[in-house]
Design a protein around this ligand. Sequence first.
Ligand SMILES: NC(=O)c1ccc[n+]([C@@H]2O[C@H](COP(=O)([O-])OP(=O)(O)OC[C@H]3O[C@@H](n4cnc5c(N)ncnc54)[C@H](O)[C@@H]3O)[C@@H](O)[C@H]2O)c1
Length: 440
Amino acid sequence: MNITTIGTGYVGLVTGVCLSNVGNRVICFDIDRSKIDLLNSGKVPIYEPGLQTKLKSSIKSRNLSFTSNPKKSINSSEIIMICVGTPSKSNGDTDLKFVNQAADMIAEYIDSDKIILIKSTVPVGTSEKIKKNINEKIKKRNINCKIDLIFNPEFLKEGKAINDFESPDRIVIGYESTSSLKKVIQMYEPFNLHHDKIITMDIKSSELTKYASNAFLATKISFINEIANICENVDANINSVRRGLCSDTRIGYDFLYPGVGFGGSCFPKDLKSLSKFSKKNGYQTSIIDSVIEVNDMQRIIFAEKIIKYFEKKPFSGHIAIWGLSYKPETDDVRKAPSIDIVEKLLENNFTVKAYDPVAMKNFNKKIKHKKMSFGKNLYDVLEGANALVLLTEWNEFRSPNFIRVRELMNTPVLFDGKNIYNKENIQSLGFECFQVGVRT
Ligand SMILES: NC(=O)c1ccc[n+]([C@@H]2O[C@H](COP(=O)([O-])OP(=O)(O)OC[C@H]3O[C@@H](n4cnc5c(N)ncnc54)[C@H](O)[C@@H]3O)[C@@H](O)[C@H]2O)c1
């Protein structure tokens, strides 16, 4: 099949690479020329495990190409996939400018019948409006081209994106025409062999399915964090409560980890968007709004714990941070808890030295401050530190040499923002250790 992806971010690039790897001819289009130049030289502009190798093999087989030529990218394919960003506006509404630009471009260059497949997460009803807009513009051009619309939400997780695309839990397809549905099912056949993962529905339901999935996962995180906050006030231990709670098979262990809350490019904006468009459609959300509120508070509560600790203690060095990305295995720092926590520490006059395996460059684009610097490795940031703060549970932070950590630090104080360490073991090594939902 000939396929075009519009947008070469996490979703568009992974989609393009995986579809071309199984034999489709894929053109990836992006308005960002520097990205296209980098991709044409065989380099991946994001950190995503496994993506570089697959990209190279697809380029070699000539199944994958990159362009910033809109005409070529629209005319060459039967399926056009819209994979552009849908960020939040400052009022929480979804900013659809990139999606609308992509739709305008399709309308301007379309020369034959196409399937327009939207992968970007968009408020319910957006796909319908996009189709209407494209059709109006096609009519003005006085050409005879038919478009069919598919909404196909993407569920990949950054850091595991390749595996999620190739072995998805489900492939949700919102459709209006059965002929286009058949074509899209055929496109996904190589990823649907183990068992049938295709779930078809009307377009609006498919748009809402994406929001419902993200909202539910985010709810689990805010729920466990709320219980963790209660634990601290009543002198209970969230690590014990978690075991007791999650062992119920109806509840389960997934996504119920206490910590500094969720971040990333999806959950925060998608929850806000869901709340906003629900309200516009006559329903005021309350669970979703509380999930956002608990999450916004969680990172501040954690930062304040550190600040409060040092109110009565001598402080002569700096605070060392391990982990800046919003989760392990990604360089994405969008809405990461680290941003608010570091900002709060800097506001309170602390010097901060941070290390992250891949996210320091992106973090530095968000925060530049004379009291903020970065280390070469996990031990490099510890020399002279008054506290170590763990914010992202990268594998390399899970079992460090704590004797070396203690020796390097000014004072052996550990704030474990992800509860990955065994507190008793850490304390027996001479550390003061603070976790989320565990009273000291
Ligand atoms: N990142 C994820 O983990 C993830 C997972 C599931 C769904 N989604 C959704 O998928 C969509 C894309 O997310 P992302 O993280 O890949 O975004 P991203 O910001 O990483 O990438 C978007 C890309 O689109 C390009 N772009 C913007 N306007 C364009 C245009 N008019 N024409 C061509 N290219 C254009 C940008 O230059 C950028 O390269 C969003 O709606 C997001 O909510 C993301």
